[in-house]
Write a protein that binds this ligand. Structure first.
Ligand SMILES: Cc1cc2nc3c(=O)[nH]c(=O)nc-3n(C[C@H](O)[C@H](O)[C@H](O)COP(=O)(O)OP(=O)(O)OC[C@H]3O[C@@H](n4cnc5c(N)ncnc54)[C@H](O)[C@@H]3O)c2cc1C
Length: 501
């Protein structure tokens, strides 16, 4: 396994293809360091003997110990550990750990490439291609990002109907030695600090859309790929430092007549499986949310409780209600992910067929619980912010900048007027309002909320998944019987109704 130092050294050797605010920048540019330090923790923590079980795994391909972020889930325990590792690491960095996209996309491609070869009766070797790629990914302990979301153009038109054919990444040409792709993937987290980019389709696809059913992996600095990055750093602090500074980046990834050799292609034209890959990445990613969102809930709760203490209102009943609400959102999200892990199987829910065996035997978390957990916690982010805003008051919005606390003309006066609860040192009260301002009032805090709401799929996507998969009909029959209506199902009373049909 690599160290954080090896990871950063590897990035420093990559070609420059990252644009930020009009400039071409290096991957190790100072601006990206907060993000590199955030991901770096996944290497540091995996080295610790006490974290071996949680942060590392044994590769089913090589039998070697690998970082869990490169692992294919072999059983329920692996799903539980991914969830717990994610929660633990996100708590430690104080936000998104930035490494789950690679593991989630790898698990999706691993399963779908296998099914595609099976469907093609051995005419393709996507799965072997992927296993070769995965072996190197694991051995070299690489960082992968997942480029799924296309620019999508007119939302009411399907890919093949778009006036701009590049509105979705697609195969432009098929050559003897590979394919040529064009299009643009957007909002791709950590792409500017990733070694490898896994590209997967973004939606269900019809036969006409088959050129859009494409999955492949290329290094982040591949020829024909340009990245335009937005870097989300908190306002730098010179004097009153934070204990940990989390950073993040998101890229527009522009593929211009980009050649991809066949051994890096994992799907090329199988429209039904393109849709399955889109759904499966989303599913694994929604499961990851059941680790990261509870960690963010942990931070929200700690912040709200401290803000209440700073204001000396912590014994008030309205505060208790709000703290309970934060805990309920957090732990329901965690419980949904836990159940999704526990009911995990090498099976996928296929509308009209129910759960069917899928892939070569690796574990897929239960769809209903992944979607329920992500939707519940994703939609709650603005309510959580409202609770923090309510408990802390207006101070987070207008708290003076740090140098005003160092200026002899204003410093002591500001401390005097910052003091609220005499039991809490005033310097701590000041640090807390600075921290709260970072989360509630900064551009970075706003971006994190939009990411929490839309990342992994907007709530509407989870609602569609939940309502199309849930067995609503059996519940109707149950009520019909109990209410004495026609068409009731007496049997339903003795059945243990399952979530899915
Ligand atoms: C910070 C951040 C990080 C992200 N990281 C990644 C990443 O690493 N990888 C990745 O692939 N993606 C990433 N995403 C993208 C994320 O998955 C998408 O934002 C999400 O899927 C929503 O897509 P969209 O932004 O195109 O919004 P849209 O899909 O355009 O949604 C906007 C509105 O339009 C509605 N709508 C859209 N289409 C239809 C339709 N056909 N019919 C009716 N209503 C419709 C939606 O319901 C919604 O209300 C990230 C996003 C953010 C904000």
């Amino acid at each position: 396994m690599r160290t954080k130092k090896d990871y950063i050294k590897g990035l420093s050797k990559m070609k420059r293809n990252i644009y930020f605010d009009g400039q071409l920048i290096d991957r190790t540019d100072e601006l990206q360091m907060d993000c590199l330090n955030t991901i770096g923790l996944t290497y540091d923590e995996a080295e610790k003997p006490e974290n071996q079980e949680l942060c590392t795994a044994i590769s089913h391909l090589t039998g070697e110990r690998i970082n869990r972020f490169t692992h294919i889930h072999q059983n329920k325990e692996d799903l539980h550990r991914k969830q717990d590792m994610t929660r633990m690491l996100c708590q430690k960095v104080g936000g998104c750990i930035q490494r789950c996209m690679g593991i989630d996309a790898s698990n999706a491609v691993y399963n779908v490439s296998y099914e595609a070869d099976k469907m093609n009766n051995g005419a393709t070797q996507y799965h072997e291609n992927f296993k070769k790629w995965l072996t190197r990914f694991q051995k070299e302990d690489l960082i992968g990002c997942c480029a799924q979301t296309d620019v999508k153009g007119d939302r009411m038109l399907r890919p093949a109907e778009q006036p701009n054919p590049d509105a979705y990444v697609h195969i432009k040409e098929r050559l003897k030695d590979g394919i040529v792709v064009s299009g643009c993937k957007v909002h791709i987290s950590e792409a500017s600090v990733a070694d490898e980019v896994l590209v997967v389709p973004t939606r269900a696809l019809r036969r006409d859309d088959k050129d859009y059913a494409v999955a492949f992996a290329v290094p982040g600095d591949w020829d024909g790929l340009k990245q335009v990055v937005t870097i989300h750093n908190l306002r730098p602090r010179e004097h009153f430092k934070r204990g940990m500074v989390q950073g993040a980046t998101d890229s527009y990834m522009i593929f211009e007549d980009c050649f991809v050799p066949w051994d890096r292609v994992f799907l090329a034209g199988e429209n039904l499986l393109g849709g399955a890959m889109a759904l499966l990445f989303a599913l694994f990613h929604r499961h990851s949310y059941s680790g990261c969102k509870p960690a963010i809930g942990d931070l929200m709760l700690g912040t709200a409780a401290l803000a209440a203490e700073a204001n000396n209102i912590h014994k008030e009943s309205h505060v208790r209600e709000k703290l309970a609400e934060l805990i309920m959102i957090t732990e329901l999200g965690y419980a949904a992910g836990y159940t999704a892990s526990d009911l995990g199987k090498p099976e996928l829910y296929v509308p009209g067929h129910g759960f069917v065996p899928f892939g070569p035997g690796s574990y897929i978390p239960h769809s209903i619980y992944c979607n329920v957990g992500r939707c519940l916690t994703g939609e709650a982010v603005f309510r959580e912010a409202e609770i923090l805003c309510d408990i802390s008051g207006g101070v987070t919005a207008t708290f003076p900048h740090e140098k005003d606390f160092l200026n002899p003309d204003t410093g002591d006066l500001l401390l005097k007027y910052t003091r609220r609860n005499k039991e809490m040192p005033v310097e701590d009260q000041a640090q807390l309002w600075r921290f709260l301002g970072d989360g509630l009032c900064s551009a970075t805090g706003g971006i994190a909320k939009i990411g929490s709401y839309h990342g992994g799929g907007s709530p509407i996507m989870e609602q569609i998944a939940i309502t199309t998969q849930y067995d609503i009909e059996s519940r109707k029959k149950l009520v019909r019987f109990i209410a004495g209506m026609s068409g009731g199902d007496r049997e339903a009373l003795s059945k243990n109704l399952k979530p899915t049909k």
